[in-house]
Design a protein around this ligand. Structure first.
Ligand SMILES: Cc1ncc(COP(=O)(O)O)c(C=O)c1O
Length: 355
């Protein structure tokens, strides 16, 4: 008997947009015989600094390294407190613990998935040395409200490169900001990260600690350098950022229009915000059933955030909104190469989901 060799075509949760520009950029670096951090990384540094209206950029090996370096450059150390949202990436927790500080975990605004300024305010103490503000899923947090507390802010733009508030770019509000070029990000280098700032002392320190070699004195430094191979991919992607974002926004618009009559809670775009839709996250009390149903029909999904920070460390905070987001979020495929027929398939499945 003939075996059924038909392979079921899956729509993955994330699919990269890589083409001739990335191939050419990598080939150029390989042909140069120089893979260490060099001119390509420097061009990427200038590009990301320009994008975020900051004076300088320091390329590093990941977003996590960028957070670590940013905390070091702000002088955060053991005994200090750093405020982070419970509903965020574990990278934030790791970075705070790397410098020996105490993470103070606060709740989010459920309508945006972003850190809630009022919760930040309630948790500020004399020991608070920094607030890490991740802009979640392409939508900026209420950074203007958080700036009023006059505590140094590390803007975490890992999920929101290209996002804006009142025309001002993500990364331009904090004393320092970071980016990630991990494989699933809006623009990728495979791996990679960036610290940007306009404060010379912060930039100098970030540049100093990312590399231990050829130094005249000894302090603890790291190997957080970014190879020009990764930088070349990220730079080729950076040039396409506007078109990547436009395509994501068009898909988001289509989803929002088509799903308006369903019971799903859809992402909203508050006035004055430019949402880049690095993720399109809907909420439903049947999140697990929905994810299984979509998977059974060949559609991959994510959860936005898989584990809250409060699930990793002890905290007395109650964090109801973060917990609800963790229970209810379903992240749908959204990327420039998602075809019209794939979008339609996803929409039809969602409309037919029996909740
Ligand atoms: C908000 C946020 N910050 C930081 C990071 C860490 O970036 P990386 O994976 O490049 O270390 C991530 C990673 O997903 C993230 O989502």
């Amino acid at each position: 008997m003939l075996k059924n060799t038909m392979v079921k075509k899956i729509i993955p949760h994330v699919r990269l947009t890589l083409g001739p520009a990335e191939l050419e950029a990598v080939a150029k670096v390989l042909k140069s015989g120089y893979l260490a951090p060099g001119l390509v990384g420097e061009t990427l540094e200038r590009g990301i600094a320009r994008l975020s209206n900051q004076k300088s950029g320091v390329a590093v090996s990941s977003g996590t390294a960028a957070l670590h370096v940013a905390l070091l450059a702000l002088g955060v150390k053991a005994g200090d407190e750093v405020i982070i949202p419970a509903y965020s990436c574990q990278a934030l927790l790791n970075a705070v613990l790397y410098v020996g500080a105490r993470p103070v975990v606060v709740d989010i605004d459920l309508s945006t998935f972003n850190i809630d300024p009022q919760e930040v305010q309630k948790n500020i103490t004399k020991k608070t040395k920094a607030i890490i503000v991740p802009h979640m899923f392409g939508l900026m947090a209420d950074i203007v409200a958080i700036k009023r507390f006059s505590i140094p802010i590390i803007e975490d733009c890992a999920l929101s490169i290209g996002a804006k508030f009142k025309g001002q770019p993500a990364g331009s509000f904090g004393v320092v900001a970071i980016f990630s070029f991990y494989a699933t990000k809006t623009i990728t280098g495979g791996e990679g990260g960036m610290v940007v700032s306009s404060v010379e002392a912060i930039v100098d320190q970030a540049r100093d600690v990312r590399e231990y070699d050829k130094k005249k004195n000894f302090i603890i430094r790291y190997n957080y350098k970014l190879s020009d191979v990764n930088a070349a991919i990220a730079l080729a992607q950076l040039k396409q950022l506007p078109s990547f974002v436009t395509k994501r926004q068009a898909i988001a618009k289509k989803y929002t229009k088509a799903l308006a009559g369903t019971n799903f809670i859809l992402p909203t775009v508050p006035v004055d915000y430019h949402h880049t839709f690095s993720r399109y996250i809907i909420r439903t009390p049947q999140a697990e059933q929905l994810r299984t149903y979509l998977k059974d029909h060949g559609v991959g999904t994510g959860r936005g955030v898989v584990l809250g920070i409060h699930e990793l460390i002890k905290t007395k905070a109650s964090l109801p909104k973060s917990k609800q987001a963790l229970r209810e979020a379903v992240s749908l495929p959204i990327y420039p190469t998602l075809t019209a027929s794939e979008q339609q398939k996803i929409i039809t499945l969602l409309i037919n989901f029996k909740s």
